[in-house]
Design a protein around this ligand. Structure first.
Ligand SMILES: [Zn+2]
Length: 282
């Protein structure tokens, strides 16, 4: 009988922990993820923040560019805004990567051009996202798109960072970078699939050398300046230190307590585990 009592206690504890974690972390996080804010940045550029990854709509006389298409209702909202702004102009959608919070609305852009990083096969994309969101064009390295008196440059990071094929977009006239999830503002990264902490550091070092960056639209979090890259880079430096020196771990984990995070899945601890796992493989 005693064993049943203990099994009961264990099950009850698991339920309490699960429900607490859901209300403390998962629900507030999902609610925050769904929130959408529209910012008219200037005459041609509209930022639609939240509701999945941050998005931008850039309008010129003859073309409209949409960066990331969000998920759920926010994807609808974004598409309605794009329709309103685009009229009959052709639309180019750019996906920073395949994750559904950035590509959930692709299905609305039938007949338009959809560009994403070219290191995925079609089959991989369909397996990870779905067939409806498939891009029409794969970007291997770099591409310039002329938009009125402005040029925008798309770069494929070229090695595993957040995913196997991360794309960032630079708006030359505004000196503005859309970083996708290679650049997050005060949010811990998720490590899934081939995500590579060294790849993030590579990208965060390379991008400021490639471009004069004054404004950053991160994949998630508020819009800001170059400090977003500086802070996110420092996060990886600190997590590398924490992974290699247990005595510094607590202090360095606490340093990021105000960042958006979820235990195990998306947290300093998860980053440290990813770094250690990679070190074991070497
Ligand atoms: Zn994302």
């Amino acid at each position: 009988m005693k064993i049943f009592k203990w099994i009961g206690i264990i099950i009850l504890t698991l339920i309490v922990v699960g429900v607490t974690a859901y209300f403390a972390y998962v629900r507030p996080f999902m609610k925050k993820m769904e929130e959408t804010t529209v910012v008219q940045y200037d005459k041609e550029l509209t930022l639609v923040l939240g509701g999945g990854g941050n998005s931008g709509i850039l309008v010129s006389d003859s073309l409209v560019v949409v960066i990331d298409t969000k998920m759920h209702e926010a994807a609808d909202l974004l598409f309605k805004k794009v329709e309103e702004l685009a009229g009959n102009k052709p639309i180019i959608v750019i996906n920073t990567h395949f994750h559904p919070d950035h590509t959930g609305g692709n299905k609305f852009y039938k007949g338009q051009t959809i560009i994403a990083g070219g290191n995925y096969t079609k089959e991989f994309w369909i397996g990870e996202a779905d067939e409806e969101s498939l891009p029409t064009q794969w970007l291997k390295d770099r591409m310039d798109i002329k938009m009125g008196d402005d040029t925008i440059t798309l770069i494929n990071i070229g090695r595993n960072a957040h995913t196997a094929s991360d794309v960032v977009v630079y708006l030359h006239k505004r000196k503005m970078l859309f970083g996708g999830d290679v650049i997050l503002n005060k949010q811990a990264p998720v490590f899934m699939g081939v995500a590579d902490p060294d790849g993030y550091l590579y990208a965060l070092d390379m991008l400021p050398k490639q471009f004069d960056i004054q404004k950053i639209v991160p994949g998630h979090g508020a819009v800001g300046g170059i400090e977003i890259i500086t802070n996110f880079r420092q996060y990886f430096v600190d997590m590398n230190t924490a992974a290699n020196d247990d005595s510094k771990k607590d202090e360095l984990v606490t340093k990021y307590k105000d960042w958006v995070q979820m235990p195990i899945f998306m947290s300093p601890g998860a980053t440290i585990s990813a770094i250690k796992k990679k070190a074991q493989k070497k």
